[in-house]
Ligand binder design. Sequence first.
Ligand code: ZN
Length: 121
Amino acid sequence: MNFLKRFGKSVDGVVKSVVTKSKDISGIAKLNSEITKLKDQIENEYSEIGKNAYQANVEGVEDLKMSESIAKIKSIFVQIDVKNDVVLVLKGITICPKCGEELDMECAFCGKCGAEIERDV
Ligand SMILES: [Zn+2]
């Protein structure tokens, strides 16, 4: 899942600003551990949803907290995808917008499907 495709330039801008802050290789390890933490947060939210849904059902009320949890999870997924994209940039890898193949940053065309790789450098 590559959010750059879906959110376009706004996320692209975020990625660039993060990249300039963490150019070195150790940044990759740091990002990966941040991604792991974010995934843990999502697991916590999932269990919150379950707990709240159960509680609401027992009390016979509407589960008002669920949409809040879902919004939180969605925003964490966006953060994870941004960080994943930054990891790819740091590794010098880009993703083909058409087929999702991992490609070298310098590629002008996808080696798998032949799509042109756009770069705004
Ligand atoms: Zn491709």
